[in-house]
Write a protein that binds this ligand. Structure first.
Ligand code: GDP
Length: 326
């Protein structure tokens, strides 16, 4: 039975990846941070068969202990302080966790592997936020990185450190450059979930206004369930490498609002949505659109959920939650 260890198991991707690996017959282990972390119960409910270990990406010895307790064949480093807007006000902790946490995990895996550094396969959750002020359209593995937030800078550090450990020690280390991926499990601070939750509340008569930031930014949004399949496929290759996962389509925040509101029968949202500077960012990533040709050709990976279907799935989920609560 193959074994996997996941950091960030309490997040959207950690839950989908756990389900995928369990369905493939893996023994799945996860690292959970902190004392009485309320997300521990979420993992227990969603994926009861996962083995949980206490640890923190900023604490190297806790990572070494978790590796010793789980003996994984594959490590997926999904843990991060992941909200871009938060990273300006909390640049130091974002750097410590999202950046230096990658170095800690790589170093823990290297030490754990002893004489055979490629014995444990390593996945690093890199991000399209690394492209920032994009230097090429669409963005691919070779596009020059130009991050625009402390989060993006920290992810660039983790990306290059992963490549460096692969090249220095011969580790089987892969960096997945994933464009935005969403689902009903997305945190409510991210724009897709904020919109799906608000639109559901507006449709149910529980809210009458939606306050937003920049409506002109464009993102390449896919379904998180498709993207964890890509992560797993990267680690089944003979060697570690870097891959973009993306849909190849881009949509503005306005498009997102159009699809979400239309799904509950509202065709003109101009009187409902208000823009407020509190949701604007000191520097914006204006346009993301990925070229996943390498993943398609090498991994046989392709997204299966369209933008419209994804948005409607999220609104339907949030409507069902509200109705069940009544
Ligand atoms: P990101 O791409 O990782 O930053 O993911 P987000 O979902 O947080 O943001 C996506 C885009 O939506 C960014 O360009 C934001 O500036 C824009 N946006 C506009 N209004 C909002 C809002 O109210 N909340 C969030 N989170 N993003 C917003």
């Amino acid at each position: 039975m193959p074994r996997a260890l996941i950091t960030g198991i309490t997040g959207q991707d950690g839950l989908y990846l756990s389900e995928l690996l369990l369905s493939k017959g893996y023994e799945v282990h996860g690292i959970v941070r902190g004392q009485n972390n309320p997300r521990r119960a979420v993992v227990r409910r969603a994926v009861p068969d996962v083995h949980l270990h206490t640890g923190d990406l900023t604490d190297l010895s806790s990572l070494i202990r978790a590796l010793g307790a789980s003996h994984p064949d594959e490590v997926y480093n999904l843990g991060a302080v992941s909200f871009v807007a938060y990273s300006w006000d909390n640049a130091r902790v974002t750097t410590d966790v999202t950046g230096n946490g990658v170095l800690n995990m790589l170093e823990a895996v290297r030490l754990h592997c002893g004489d055979d550094p490629s014995r444990v396969r390593f996945y690093q959750a890199s991000s399209s936020e690394m492209f920032g002020k994009v230097q090429e359209v669409p963005q691919r593995e070779t596009t020059l990185l130009w991050p625009r937030s402390p989060y993006g800078v920290a992810k660039v550090y983790g990306h290059y450190m992963t490549i460096n450990y692969r090249e220095s020690y011969g580790m089987h280390a892969s960096s997945g450059i994933l464009f935005n991926h969403e689902s009903p499990r997305r945190g409510p601070e991210f724009v897709t979930r904020k919109v799906s939750m608000s639109v559901a509340r507006i449709a149910e008569g529980l809210q009458d206004e939606l306050v937003m930031g920049n409506l002109d930014a464009q993102r390449d949004w896919g379904f998180a369930g498709d993207y964890v399949e890509g992560m797993w496929r990267m680690l089944q290759q003979p060697r570690g490498d870097d891959y973009v996962l993306a849909t190849g389509e881009t949509h503005s925040i306005r498009d997102l609002l159009d699809v979400a509101f239309a799904h509950v029968g509202i065709d003109d949202w101009s009187g409902i949505v208000r823009q407020d500077p509190q949701f604007m960012r000191p520097a914006e990533v204006d346009l993301l659109i990925g070229d996943a040709a390498k993943a398609r050709e090498t991994l046989g990976w392709a997204p299966t959920v369209s933008f419209d279907r994804l948005v409607r799935m999220m609104v339907d989920h949030d409507l069902a939650l509200l109705r069940a609560a009544r």
